[in-house]
Design a protein around this ligand. Structure first.
Ligand code: ADP
Ligand code: MG
Length: 739
């Protein structure tokens, strides 16, 4: 059973990681993921466990790891625990400091408290600065050292009372080495050795940094949330001719809803009255309005732009496109990239190592070489100030989440940061033909009949046989057949006694006792039926009834618009090889491949051949890069699953294929591929920039301080300044143009 928690006031990325780890390891829990950006923890509790009990355990984990969060349990009808106070400044992760902030948590009732806290902080910073300035005046102008120092101490307390208080509180909770503790030790140390202005400076800048950091985090959270703002609030349910506004969750399959102009379609369904234009950009990333007519399917999340339509609901809220997208994006954070994993491991060791070095630096030279203690103690204190990996712990997950968010804005669903990383390394793109490069909407171009057979006859049998198949070929034959006869009325499920869809061959059906075959030459050979052929580039569907050959239907498909440009773009961004795999004949394959400008193609493949070929391609690539496979999911789910990055089409792909794939293109167009790769590359670039920025500056400052060349001012910049810069830098992922 899935239980969702909202952790109000969660501002500590590192604590989030620890909570997730601990919940994952619980015996009663199958899997868990905590999304730092929307503060949601999703835990899957095992079948036969007591849910209330498990929820209690999870609460306990959250409370002990990060005390003071406002925990809400969603979706299970379990009461919200409103007596819990939200405490915004609570970052008390044990193993390392990170990203404490006083972000205004707009989503809960503590908004006023938090805002007041922010105001208080700003005021105390201002007061501390004024006090320090007067201290300077006393020191340098009035030359009154004692008053000056007293003023510095007061300024220090004003700026740092919160940090000091938290540090003391956390000591009692057994949480040494958190950020507050380190800052307190560093500044108290500075006071002891007489570096008054430094002590105040560290506290003041630390507080300013925290404020800026929390602003930046909350800005990026808001940006990402607005990308995800696709969930409809209400459905206009038609009940006895009257419109009743209900929540989309309560609408059933088969219900009729009305969507007025300007409204979001709440659930997936079929338009049964009216035609209109729809803004699908939230789902597909396409800004061009899409026309949807009576009888056509409409996806939830699109906005009606032109005239009112009536829709018959085909899917429950939880299975509708919007929910599927949100689910995928929310769960995406649980599959972490190598970079993110590296950072969380790194954060575990970084702080203790730097703190130990600080101790060593402060004590060893005095003990061994008899150097003056205060000189080396100062250097050690500088170490303490830079001992926090906040910049990384906060900005790297934010960068990847932004990457996933912007992808989804562009109609590309990436199911995990690890796939974003995998996309970046793609150097070979393998494509399916039908439905991927071509539209998959075949048009009948020619019919060649055996003697004595009529066109009506061949389409009647072909139409009946194909009526069960979802293959694009089948759909177009049924459509064409319906144009000449009332196929829907002719076909009666009761008369079908046997049906088999033989992949990459065609279909076999026993209808009213007659065995109908419809498929390619391979199907005819399989059943020992002699057939007629012709040398042209159309796809042929041969039809036979009870072993008698009726003739062939020649159909041709259209290549999707812009394929050649897309292939060009792929080449431009470093894709070395583009290969097409198809079950269709060589002639058709060659024509398509020539028009699209592919490097190579392989035709006449069975699904198993496709897997084998893909494996060969992966092998010949020799680990130099990743191999992506893009398919429509019909007959190619195994290949999607086998590739390094499996990509399916969200609009037309089968559920199985969407399930098996790592990335889903909502528009069924491979033109999303270059965009996806660009996003992946940029995301990775930004995360590496942040790593180099943060680590580079910290290491430089550490080195300089060993030789006495760095002071605390520089150290505090290396800590909070860099954290703010890194968070702001990760926001660039959301603002880049990837087209
Ligand atoms: P692709 O690899 O181009 O996507 P498939 O593997 O889905 O093609 O199908 C390969 C071939 O098998 C088709 O070109 C067609 O000749 C035949 N085929 C598959 N399904 C059907 C069907 N339902 N009716 C007729 N022919 C079919
Ligand atoms: Mg296919």
């Amino acid at each position: 059973m899935k239980v969702e928690f909202v952790l109000g006031g969660l501002n500590c990325a590192h604590c989030a990681g620890i909570i997730e780890e601990k919940v994952k390891k619980m015996e009663g829990v199958d899997s868990a993921s905590l999304n730092f950006v929307n503060k949601k923890l999703i835990a899957n509790i095992k079948e036969n466990e007591n849910v209330t009990e498990q929820i209690g355990y999870i609460r306990n984990i959250i409370d002990t790891t990060e005390p003071g969060l406002k925990i809400e349990v969603l979706g299970q009808g379990i009461e919200n625990n409103s007596d819990r106070e939200s405490k915004s400044e609570s970052c008390s992760c044990s193993s390392s400091c990170s990203s404490c902030s006083t972000e205004a948590d707009k989503s809960n009732s503590s908004i006023f408290r938090v805002e007041n806290e922010e105001k208080l902080k700003i005021i105390s910073i201002a007061v501390a600065i004024i006090l320090s300035l007067s201290a300077y005046v006393f020191k340098s102008v009035l030359e009154n050292e004692i008053v000056a120092n007293a003023l510095f101490v007061v300024a220090y307390l004003v700026a740092g009372y919160e940090v000091l208080g938290d540090a003391i509180r956390n000591i009692f909770k057994g949480k040494l080495m958190d950020e507050n503790f380190l800052m307190s030790v560093a500044t108290i140390g500075a006071l002891i050795i007489g570096e008054y202005p430094e002590a105040v400076g560290v506290m003041v800048f630390y507080s300013i940094g925290e404020l800026l950091e929390s602003q930046a985090v909350s800005k990026s959270r808001k940006d990402i949330e607005s990308l995800m703002n696709i969930k409809p609030d209400v459905a206009n349910l038609l009940v006895d001719g009257e419109i009743v506004q209900v929540s989309p969750e309560s609408v059933n399959i088969g219900d009729i809803i009305v969507v007025r102009v300007g409204e979001k379609v709440p659930l997936d369904g079929k338009v049964i009255k009216g035609n209109s234009m729809f803004d699908t950009s939230a789902i597909t990333g396409e800004s061009v309005l899409k026309s949807i007519k009576k009888g056509e399917r409409v996806l939830s999340g699109v906005i009606n732009k032109k005239s009112v339509v009536t829709v018959e609901v085909e899917k429950l809220m939880k299975d509708s496109t919007v929910s599927r997208i949100l689910d995928m994006v929310e769960n995406a954070t649980s599959k972490k990239s190598k970079t993110e994993n590296f950072i969380s491991v790194f954060a575990k060791y970084y702080t203790p190592i730097v703190v130990s070095l600080a101790l060593l630096l402060a004590i060893a030279p005095t003990l061994i070489l008899g150097e003056p203690f205060s000189k080396w103690a100062y250097r050690g204190l500088v170490f303490l100030v830079v001992s926090c990996p906040c910049a990384l712990v906060l900005s790297i997950p934010l960068t990847y989440f932004s990457g996933i968010g912007i992808s989804s804005k562009n109609g590309i669903l990436v199911k995990g940061s690890n796939y974003l990383e995998a996309l970046r390394k793609v150097n070979t793109v393998v494509l399916d033909k039908t439905g991927t490069i071509t539209k998959g909407t075949f048009e009948v171009s020619n019919v060649v009949l055996s003697d004595g057979v009529t066109e009506r006859e061949i389409f009647e049998y072909a139409g009946i046989a194909e009526s069960r198949s979802t293959h694009p070929i089948a759909i177009s034959i049924v459509k064409y057949a319906s144009g000449i006869l009332e196929i829907d009325e002719i076909v009666d499920e009761k008369n079908m006694t046997e049906y088999e869809e033989i992949s990459s061959h065609g279909v076999k059906m026993v209808y009213e006792g007659k065995e109908i075959l419809a498929g390619n030459y391979r199907l005819m050979q399989k059943f020992g039926i002699s057939y007629s052929e012709s040398e042209n580039s159309s796809t042929k569907v041969h039809v036979a009834v009870d072993g008698l050959y009726l003739g062939r239907i020649e159909i041709s498909d259209e290549i999707k618009a812009g394929i050649a440009e897309t292939i060009d773009k792929l080449k431009n961004i470093g894709i070395e090889r583009v290969v097409m795999l198809t079950g269709d004949t060589g002639l058709v394959a060659k024509e398509v491949s020539d028009i699209a400008g592919l490097d190579e193609y392989h035709a006449n493949l069975l699904p198993v051949d496709k897997v084998n070929l893909l494996e060969q391609i992966i092998e010949s690539n020799g680990g130099k890069g990743n191999v992506a496979f893009i398919g429509d999911g019909i007959n190619d789910a195994p290949v999607i699953a086998r590739s390094d990055v499996g990509i399916s089409m969200g609009g037309m792909g089968s559920d199985a294929a969407i399930e098996a794939s790592d990335v889903v293109f909502m528009t069924d167009e491979i033109s999303k591929m270059p965009i996806a790769i660009r996003i992946a590359k940029f995301t990775s670039k930004i995360s590496w920039q942040n790593i180099f920025l943060a680590m580079g500056i910290k290491i430089i400052v550490l080195f300089l301080s060993v030789f006495g060349l760095a002071n605390m001012w520089l150290a505090i910049f290396a800590d909070v300044g860099v954290a703010v810069l890194a968070v702001l830098n990760s926001l660039r992922v959301l603002n880049e143009d990837y087209r």
